[in-house]
Ligand binder design. Structure first.
Ligand SMILES: Cc1ncc(COP(=O)(O)O)c(C=O)c1O
Length: 402
């Protein structure tokens, strides 16, 4: 008889990433010859800026292909300088850990902060991996719902009411994936005050900080008061800012004991990221003029696409979309379509809507269920204006013709 492997309970309780699953389904249909327009993937479509690629290639040619600890020291120093320059946060390089993407930075912190049964407060809609990373650490996610009325943002009162003696961690993400919500400095101050008073740890995921489409500069949660510096871990990285998703460089900055523990954890999991990736990331933080020009150009293009997608979504029958102010996603409410039948698919959930969009219209979207919403779908506008129009034409046709 063939032996059946019994997998560990911890992995059986975890859901696979819905974003990657939707993308895989779209690719499969594409491989079968179907013409699919993809709005599902969360990565910039631009090439990594030339000066950054050149630095990575030069490092590789120069033999920077060994373990990455040496490069790590340089990148930590440059990240500390970035935090001081852009976020008014002073950290020593020892207070920074460089990881294989911000995803690993977050995972490290969850693993060293969250104990079995600890409560972790997560505003919804949330980025898919927060919930599962909390579960992998044995924690209990406590979800704070938000909706269009509050601009998809929690209130300080809501947070204060959710905190119990078992609360260990709060996850803050602004600009938000998937809603595009951006907290104002006053809102961040108010949330910071609640966290400080409660003495809990907070993760501030600021990975989309350079993709904000208003004149209000972002405010880092850790900067709100000197006391908060002992409680907040700031997460950032190169993936979204410099269109470097494949290079896998993210980092976390925070209190001594948390970062030391995360270093210990990572040393047994993956060690440092690839040395040449770190060299490329270092260049992104060193050549400020070229990097600022490249980031500014990407932001301008994202902004045009954002406006186009947002206005076209609001013209679809049964669909309403709040204006996203950051990141590169629209998060429309499709509940006005529930109860309809679209080309034989009866629509009663975001998942049904996405299935109809993919199978009938050839448009890949991510269902809100993945982000803790039963009314929305997520579309990424990290694609050309031409494809945005083509995809929206198809959705329009599907919704008008039924
Ligand atoms: C909110 C948020 N945090 C973190 C990450 C992870 O970024 P990285 O690619 O650097 O691991 C993502 C990626 O989609 C994200 O959307």
């Amino acid at each position: 008889m063939e032996a059946k492997v019994k997998l560990a309970r911890r992995i059986c309780e975890v859901q696979p990433s819905a974003t990657l699953a939707t993308d895989a389904k779209a690719r499969q249909l594409q491989a079968q010859g179907m013409d699919i327009i993809g709005f599902s993937v969360g990565e910039p479509d631009f090439n990594t800026p030339e000066h950054i690629v050149a630095a990575g290639a030069a490092a590789m040619k120069a033999g920077d292909t060994k373990y990455g600890a040496k490069r790590g020291a340089e990148l930590k120093k440059l990240s500390a300088e970035k935090l001081k320059r852009e976020n008014a946060l002073e950290y020593n390089p020892e207070n920074i850990i460089v990881s294989n993407g911000a995803k690993q930075s977050l995972y490290n912190i969850m693993q060293v902060v969250v104990d079995e049964g600890d409560e972790v407060i997560i505003p919804a809609p949330y980025w898919v991996s927060y919930l599962e990373q909390v579960r992998l650490a044995g924690g209990k996610p406590v979800i704070l719902p938000t909706n269009e009325e509050t601009g998809f943002k929690i209130t300080p009162q809501q947070l204060a009411q959710a905190i119990t003696p078992r609360t260990k961690l709060f996850i803050h993400n602004s600009p938000s994936n998937p809603t595009g919500a951006v907290y104002t400095p006053a809102e961040i101050q108010a949330i910071g005050a609640v966290i400080e008073k409660a003495g809990i740890v907070a993760l501030s995921d600021e990975i989309y900080e350079h993709l904000i489409y208003s004149d209000t500069p972002p405010l880092s949660l850790a900067v709100v008061s000197p006391g908060l510096r002992k409680q907040v871990v700031t997460i950032n990285g190169c993936s979204k800012t410099f269109s470097m998703t494949g290079w896998r460089i993210g980092w976390a900055a925070g209190p001594d004991e948390i970062i030391k523990a995360a270093l210990k954890f990572q040393s047994h999991a993956t060690s440092d990221p690839a040395a040449f990736s770190q060299a490329a990331a270092a260049e992104a933080y060193k050549d400020l003029n070229q990097s600022a020009a490249a980031v500014g150009n990407m932001r301008r293009q994202f902004d045009m696409r954002r406006k186009r997608m947002h206005s076209r979504l609001n013209k679809l029958p049964g669909v309403t979309c709040l204006e996203p102010m950051g990141a590169f996603y629209c998060f429309p409410n499709v509940s006005g379509v529930f109860g309809r039948n679209l080309s034989g698919v009866s629509i009663g959930s975001p998942m049904n809507f996405c299935n109809a969009a993919l199978e009938k219209a050839g448009v890949a979207l991510v269902p809100g269920e993945a982000f803790g919403s039963s009314q929305h779908v997520r579309l990424s506008y990290a694609t050309s204006l031409e494809l945005i129009d083509k995809g929206l034409d198809r959705l329009e046709k599907m919704l008008n013709e039924g």
